[in-house]
Design a protein around this ligand. Structure first.
Ligand code: NAG
Ligand code: NAG
Ligand code: NAG
Ligand code: NAG
Length: 389
């Protein structure tokens, strides 16, 4: 009831009639209400967003885009990203608390690809997210998954975007690319309703302020600062015909070859725009291969792609996934991203991230494009090496 009254007061204060009278801004209701509403949203978003512990301006990764000229095309930049971003807090405990929704699943660590939350990783310099949505339990709100692993049933897409908007308010020089993918295999419907919900979220009044509105191409850093840029990896094929607005670029899932080592995905034929993508996550080596053979295989594929990014098509988008799904313990291979593969199985077997660091440092100043990582924090300096700091 109190809330209702305060909202009415807010409406009056904003109406043109009220503005004829001398406005009185000493009443705290508007600020108090909006802060309370935002806190509520961020609290619901917490399991995916994580807390924002801030970032020291002396840290090189904090607001690193501030030093890059406005006219720099995004496709020419080096943008570190996190693969399966939302899995950062998925543990056996989380999984056990959600079994009522998911039923029994493979061990939790197989689904987990990150240690750092979204807000923490933004402060660490990460600027690309890989978010995978489907209905939360009840099929009424949109949540996040990795395969069949539901990650946070009470957190919605809206909550998470608000958290990102809030971070951007505090870091207006920064640009964040958000790859959004519909996660299949969750056992939830993919229907017209969910497509409309996503459409309405990104095209709401607030969404229009925080998402880059350009469609079909990626512009300059200057145009993207303080905003989210959509990399749309799902289709809007079930939308009502009048919902025609599109923003960002569409990387059509139908043309994103599964496990591709060098995908060329045309996202704007009229302008001749192609995304060059390496997404080789599931090694084709025999299961009896050793961890170092798997790592060498993945490293070869990723650096072949990154090497091309340094040399060719500098005005086209390059996306390389340094993340992978093969784990080998003895002869057992399972199809999710393990920390062991990302960081090596001990000091004797350098993982992808350790091997990548010197490779990148030897090519400082080159264009690498978007580089998607698992457990980036396992190797200090990796994010800086991608950015070129
Ligand atoms: C992380 O997961 C644990 C275990 O499920 C939970 O207690 C904790 O609240 C989670 N952290 C956040 C920020 O949601
Ligand atoms: C959600 O969708 C799934 C799959 O279609 C269905 O089994 C389930 O009953 C639905 N839940 C609700 C609450 O409608
Ligand atoms: C690298 O570029 C060359 C020349 O365009 C091309 O033939 C090759 O397929 C590319 N390899 C990868 C992994 O992108
Ligand atoms: C790591 O893997 C290598 C190659 O299979 C093996 O020789 C080594 O013993 C493993 N080290 C650890 C700590 O498991």
């Amino acid at each position: 009831m109190l809330l209702h009254l305060e909202l009415c007061a807010l409406f009056l204060a904003l109406s043109p009639l009220a503005s004829l009278a001398a406005p009185s801004y000493d009443h705290p209701s508007q600020t108090v209400l909006s802060q309370a509403a935002l806190s509520d949203i961020l609290l619901r978003g917490l399991p995916i967003l994580g807390p924002d512990n801030g970032c020291s301006k002396s840290l090189k990764t904090c607001d690193w885009m501030a030093k890059i000229p406005d006219n720099t095309p995004l496709v020419r930049m080096n943008l570190p990203g996190t693969h399966d971003t939302s899995t950062w807090n998925y543990s056996a405990t989380t999984q056990a608390s959600l079994t009522q929704y998911t039923g029994p699943l493979p061990p939790a660590y197989l689904f987990r690809c990150q240690e750092r939350s979204l807000l923490q990783s933004l402060n660490d310099g990460i600027r690309v997210f890989d978010l995978r949505f489907a209905y939360n339990p009840g099929n009424d709100t949109i949540g996040f998954y990795h395969s069949e692993a539901l990650l946070a049933p009470a957190t919605t897409m809206t909550d998470v975007f608000f958290g990102l908007y809030q971070w951007l308010n505090e870091h207006p020089t920064e640009a964040v690319l958000v790859s959004i993918n519909h996660e299949s295999g969750t056992g939830t419907p993919y229907d017209a309703k969910i497509q409309e919900m996503v459409y309405d979220i990104i095209n709401s009044d607030i969404g229009e302020k925080y998402w880059v509105q350009t469609s079909g191409s990626l512009g300059t850093l200057g145009q993207a600062r303080g905003k989210l840029t959509l990399l749309q990896r799902f289709t809007f094929d079930l939308l009502p015909a009048y919902k025609t607005k599109r923003i960002g670029i569409q990387l059509d899932p139908g043309h994103w070859t599964d496990n591709g080592k060098a995908i060329e995905l045309v996202y704007n034929a009229d302008k001749g725009l192609t995304a060059f993508i390496e997404d080789y996550y599931d090694s084709s080596l025999p299961l009896t291969s050793t961890p170092s053979q798997f790592i060498e295989d993945k490293f070869g594929v990723t650096t072949a792609h990154l090497g091309n990014a340094t040399l060719f098509n500098l005005d086209q988008l390059y996306i390389s996934f340094a993340s992978a799904a093969a784990i080998v313990t003895g002869v057992v291979k399972v199809d999710m991203t393990p920390r062991t593969f990302a960081i090596g199985n001990g000091t004797d077997t350098p993982g992808m991230n350790q091997k990548l660091l010197p490779w990148l440092n030897a090519r400082k100043g080159s264009r690498f494009g978007v580089v998607m990582l698992d457990f980036y924090d396992a190797v200090p300096g990796l994010v800086e090496a991608i950015i070129g700091l």
